[in-house]
Design a binder for this molecule. Structure first.
Ligand SMILES: C[S@@+](CC[C@H](N)C(=O)[O-])C[C@H]1O[C@@H](n2cnc3c(N)ncnc32)[C@H](O)[C@@H]1O
Length: 234
């Protein structure tokens, strides 16, 4: 995990927030975003038990690209995000695609002191997320919230950027104050510390990105785990 200023730079955070609000309307038009969602969805289908079509909550869902790729395998999904523009766009897409029982909700970012990450609804059978964890100020708190909102036996599937020590992925975003990817061992430890078992981290997919004048390849990991069934908790 990269180091993060616990005080969180609120000016930068709100600039980032505005960036996502502004990007929401055309977010789905970038074929690379659709392709990476397809890649992560395929990795989730291979690594997670989706039998019984679990109800799900997606964290930092944006317009819900990842969950929408998995719509045939999931029950109703709650899409959550901190950016109101993304949530509005997600609601429009839910209506347009007729995704019965799906909803989109704004959540607080949980990084301010004493501000708990409070996820709506639940208990869910699955928590999923793609490229959102690296924006979160307090990652362990977010993972504890993910654990708390799951039913016993529920699963977690989180995809994000592998450790990017040069900050190349966000080179075009000087306002970015999040984590420059994560070391897999740190993700594994944070998931275990949050109470998850059967934790595994593997490569989910690759994403290409133009960095300055060079085409670069980045890997996304998929971290999976399970909230223990009640009788296994000590
Ligand atoms: C890179 S985008 C990814 C969106 C979507 N998951 C996708 O792959 O298309 C990151 C998203 O995380 C959201 N976000 C940033 N900080 C967050 C936080 N603390 N909690 C939840 N979502 C957050 C942003 O508003 C944005 O929609």
């Amino acid at each position: 995990m990269s180091h993060h200023d616990p005080a969180h730079d609120h000016a930068a955070a709100s600039t980032e927030h505005e960036h996502f609000n502004g990007a929401a309307a055309t977010w789905d038009d970038d074929p690379r975003r659709v392709a990476r969602s397809r890649g992560v969805a395929a990795a989730i289908r291979a690594a997670v038990d989706l039998s019984g079509r679990p109800t799900a909550i997606e964290l930092g869902a944006g317009t819900g690209l990842l969950s929408r790729q998995l719509a045939d395998a999931l029950g109703p999904v709650t899409l959550t995000d901190t950016a109101s523009g993304m949530v509005e766009r997600a609601r429009a897409v839910i209506d347009a695609e007729g995704l019965a029982g799906w909803r989109a909700e704004i959540v607080a970012d949980g990084s301010a002191p004493h501000q708990a990450v409070d996820l709506p609804g639940g208990p869910y059978g699955l928590v999923l997320s793609q490229l959102a964890l690296h924006h979160m100020g307090d990652v362990p708190a977010a993972l504890r919230a993910a654990h708390a909102v799951l039913a016993p036996g529920g699963q977690v599937a989180i995809a994000d950027l592998d450790h990017d020590p040069e900050g190349a992925y966000h080179a075009a975003h000087p306002e970015f104050r999040g984590h420059h990817g994560f070391r897999r061992a740190d993700v594994e430890r944070m998931l275990r510390d949050a109470g998850f078992v059967d934790v595994r981290v593997a490569t989910a997919t690759h994403v290409g990105k133009q960095v300055r004048d060079e085409e670069r390849d980045f890997t996304l990991f998929l971290a999976t785990g399970r909230r223990p069934a009640d009788h296994l908790r000590g």
